[in-house]
Design a protein around this ligand. Sequence first.
Ligand code: NAD
Ligand code: TYD
Length: 347
Amino acid sequence: MKIFVTGGAGFIGSCFIRMILAPGQKHSVVNYDKLTYAGNLANLEPVARHAGYRFVKGDICDAHAAEAAMSGCDAVVHFAAESHVDRSIYEPAAAIQTNVTGTFMLLQTAKKLGLAKFVHVSTDEVYGDMAPGQFATEETHVHPSSPYSASKASSDLLVYSYVRTYGFPGVITRASNNYGPYQFPEKFMPLLISNLMEDKPLPIYGDGKQERDWLHVEDHCRGILAVLERGRIGEVYNIGGADIVENITMAKALLRAMGKPETLLTYVKDRPGHDRRYALDCKKIETELGWKPQIPLEQGLHQTIDWYKTNTAWIAGVRGGDYLSYYNKYYGNRDTSLDALAQPEAN
Ligand code: NAD
Ligand code: TYD
């Protein structure tokens, strides 16, 4: 199968491409990516010279360029997105443009060209907060809290509308928080690991008791491949790691694994609209497609830490201009701890 992958230079898309071009796989790939701050061709270095790989630089909002690149492909796996919640809070327009309008443009193009399948890669964040003990199934209503999750929920609904209205071959995956090698260090796990490598403080939002379900990126990509090959059109498939951990517990696990002191934990102002808990029920993909996560969290954490420690040049490369200006603009003064804020001001 010739697969049109959008956002293949990002964290998850590049893992998917490396996986499907591994020896023994039978697919070829067109990687269509705009190369935003999050896109990095160094992530594709292991497959850059593979006969079944082609890179096309382009924006999913550009219908003409996307059509030219998609022509001749059999299926779409759509990763391209503005994927960071904090950025979507500070600068929502880019998330709405790429995640909603861009997905709409791609749906139009894939429909026009008559592609056989369109896998839309979405997130558990569309379900919003889960109460303690509650797990979202694919039937749970979407209730997004941030501009990012609202834009992803909107794009999910567009895909679903194309299935119903046009008989379009769309299928949606909703995964939990991914971690693993090559993740841009603005997200929680790589931010903490890269800060610890430099003995910098770990910014913990609010009380740190928010819960996330951690999924190794390779397990996620195996799930997406199963959905691409065998998932039923018009369906949603949850993909979760079944490892639900409080942020503060995760931060302490990283401190222990890297042999650093707890004095580096720094409580900072909470994210507005911060979801407390995400939790997925994944029985559908397990029973229908035989998928299960294979990488235990502790093993995945050690592998991820090792990867960052041995790829310092990669970290330096992505932490350049845009990263620094974003960090200084929005996070520059956030190292104020909540403890400090609770103290009466000196006068
Ligand atoms: P990422 O930010 O690492 O990569 C996004 C990629 O999309 C980059 O290569 C970027 O250059 C590209 N891109 C952005 N806008 C584009 C545009 N307009 N046209 C073409 N390319 C564009 O993201 P990620 O973490 O790899 O996430 C990939 C997908 O998985 C996203 O759709 C995200 O919503 C979803 N997802 C992510 C997670 C997670 O934990 N990271 C969990 C569940 C679902
Ligand atoms: P993040 O990696 O941004 O993913 P998401 O918001 O999509 O779940 O954040 C994961 C969790 O970590 C989330 O509860 C917010 C929290 N967090 C911090 O406490 N400090 C940080 O510096 C960041 C980036 C996130």
